[in-house]
Write a protein that binds this ligand. Structure first.
Ligand code: ZN
Length: 277
């Protein structure tokens, strides 16, 4: 009589079934890990990659406009500073040129007279956040609050309701800060010619002549320098020397000076309004 095959023991059919269950669990785990990896990658790309590509595109667009129309916008970040800002203003007045100052909210306190001096001489004021936070390294809410606070401090001081142009600290935005800027219609201004006037391992690699050559070759640019107070005065001389060279070369080459608003407004006519001394 044939014995029914109900016992586990000696049942050749059970072992492969148990093995395939293990195998499918492993496969399921692998799929889970792959899915999680893809999710993280997609999230990271959306959070940092998309804003990065947008900023690259924006910089390219602004660079092309400067070159094709032979414009130069002089921009100064992180100020105002007690020593450099007045010296820069004097130099710009000598040449009758207007520039744009992207000020840091925390540097405005105690230097309100410098902010007014910049505005009174016809220059443009933009914001550079309050605390110079890197939007890739802090929570989006903090980065947005930093941008908002920087705007508020300057708008209150300048008694204006207008949004001020913004330069992102370190040139970086994340998805949420970018959406905030776009929703609030805050114009973003990048730079295309770095004078490298910072005290880092990459600084000092350019001198006035290198910058002059870069400007002659490109035919237009948004230059970046810094007017905050540094320890020591070595960089003050560097900033003023490179600025003097840039002013002279741009004039020789017939490159016209624009402010950031004139640059960002595609339809704006370049006013060429001379700076008030
Ligand atoms: Zn900065």
């Amino acid at each position: 009589m044939e014995v029914p095959r109900t016992s586990v023991q000696g049942d050749p059919g059970r072992q492969p079934m148990f093995g395939s269950t293990l195998e499918s669990t492993e496969k399921g785990d692998m799929h889970g890990v792959t899915f999680l990896g893809l999710l993280l990658f997609a999230g990271g790309f959306l959070y940092l990659g998309v804003p990065y590509v947008y900023i690259r595109w924006l910089r390219h667009r602004q660079d092309r406009r400067m070159k094709t129309q032979s414009y130069i916008a002089l921009t100064f970040d992180d100020g105002p500073g007690f020593r450099l800002t007045p010296a820069i203003l004097d130099l710009l007045s000598e040449h009758g040129v207007r520039a744009t100052f992207f000020m840091l909210g925390r540097n405005v306190q105690g230097r309100e007279h410098l902010v007014r001096a910049v505005a009174d001489r016809g220059h443009e004021i933009g914001t550079h956040s309050y605390d110079h936070l890197h939007s890739w390294k802090v929570w989006p809410t903090r980065a947005i609050a930093d941008i908002r606070r920087g705007q508020d401090v300057l708008r209150r001081l300048l008694k204006t309701e207008d949004v001020l142009p913004f330069r992102p600290p370190y040139g970086k935005v994340n998805l949420f800060t970018l959406l905030f800027l776009l929703c609030k219609r805050i114009p973003i201004c990048m730079w295309t010619l770095d004078t490298r006037d910072r005290n880092t391992w990459r600084a000092k690699s350019r001198d006035g002549e290198t910058i002059a050559e870069a400007l002659r070759r490109s035919g237009g640019a948004i230059s970046l320098a810094h007017d905050f107070d540094r320890t020591g005065t070595a960089f003050d001389d560097y900033v003023l020397t490179t600025l003097r060279t840039t002013l002279e070369v741009a004039k020789e080459a017939g490159i016209r000076f624009v402010t950031v608003t004139e640059l960002l407004d595609e339809h704006a006519r370049v006013s060429g309004v001379p700076v008030r001394a």
